[in-house]
Design a protein around this ligand. Structure first.
Ligand code: R5P
Length: 294
């Protein structure tokens, strides 16, 4: 069975890890915004793995349409297509919050299920819906938090507390603490759906002499981490660090947190940025080899 990797620079790196051939794509954008992605070579293989990373300045909808078009093209000649989308967009719209809204993550999962045979993503926001609720094909949501713990080997877990901003972050904190057995605190974040304002019910902590690691799946506006960090600073923490998987605005997501003077900011390259520590190819490579026998 011949497998080929298709995609961008991240895909080229994955191909090196897996020692497989790669076909890259080029793309053209027309003045009206239409996108034409093009395979640089014809594909002849039994399996293809499509990996595209959302570029830092790329509009998320342009990314999605490019992914869809190139995936559909590959399926014309390749019987089995494994689609890897490191950051799955629209995942937070996983319910009807107000009448008239779409369940965007579900509709996107349905669409991709028509083209792909297998879907892989990383730390998709599984709040009200699991990945298996969205896709009609085998779909995997890989957690990167176990791997992210290795960047804290210099901290003593006994003197450290790992904090998740909301109930949903519990799984992230649990995964992280498998490799970093520190005390855990899961806060109860409330977000006003009209104003976006964030608040927490618990406020009166004492973190003197403690290192604090705040963990979340993504940083978008930075509002969530900023609120937690402000509370942690008031509680007199010794140091404060941030760990998150998806820098939604690339470098700007990381930079927005620098004003909080963290000891460390640790993130990944699910979305293009220059500040990441963990290359997701390390995890994708292991998963593809061990679980999918690529
Ligand atoms: C929400 O539940 C997510 O897990 C993140 O906490 C949230 O999306 C982060 O967004 P922001 O940086 O805009 O607060």
């Amino acid at each position: 069975m011949q497998t080929i990797i298709v995609g961008d620079k991240l895909a080229e790196k994955l191909a090196q890890y897996l020692r497989l051939d790669v076909i890259t794509i080029e793309e053209r954008v027309f003045p009206d915004g239409e996108i034409k992605p093009k395979l640089k070579k014809e594909i002849k293989a039994d399996n293809a793995v499509l990996l595209l990373q959302k570029r830092e300045s790329e509009n998320i909808n342009d990314y999605l349409i490019k992914y869809f078009l190139i995936a559909r093209k590959i399926k014309e000649t390749v019987p089995k297509l494994i689609g890897i989308m490191p950051y799955f967009p629209y995942a937070r719209q996983d319910a009807v919050f107000e009448d008239g809204e779409p369940i965007s993550s579900l509709y996107l999962g349905e669409l991709l299920s028509h083209i792909l045979d297998v879907f892989i993503t990383c730390n998709m926001h599984e709040h009200r819906k699991k990945i298996s609720d969205l896709f009609r094909i085998p779909a995997y949501n890989l957690s990167l938090f176990n791997d992210l713990a290795k960047y804290f080997n210099d901290l003593n877990p006994q003197e450290t507390i790992v904090i998740g901003p909301d109930r949903e972050a519990k799984t992230f904190v649990d995964d992280f603490c498998q490799n970093f057995p520190a005390e855990k605190i899961i806060l109860a974040k409330e977000r006003n759906t009209k104003t976006g304002e964030i608040s927490f019910s618990e406020k009166n902590f004492d973190f003197q002499n403690k290192n604090i690691i705040i963990i979340d799946d993504m940083v978008a506006t930075g509002g969530t981490i900023f609120e937690v960090a402000t509370m942690v600073q008031k509680a007199k923490a010794k140091t404060i660090s941030f760990v998150f998987v998806h820098p939604v605005f690339g470098d700007a997501s990381v930079e927005s947190l620098l004003k909080l003077n963290p000891q460390k900011i640790v993130t990944t390259n699910t979305i293009e940025n220059s500040k990441y520590q963990l290359d997701i190819n390390e995890c994708l490579n292991n998963f593809l080899k061990q679980e999918l026998k690529i």
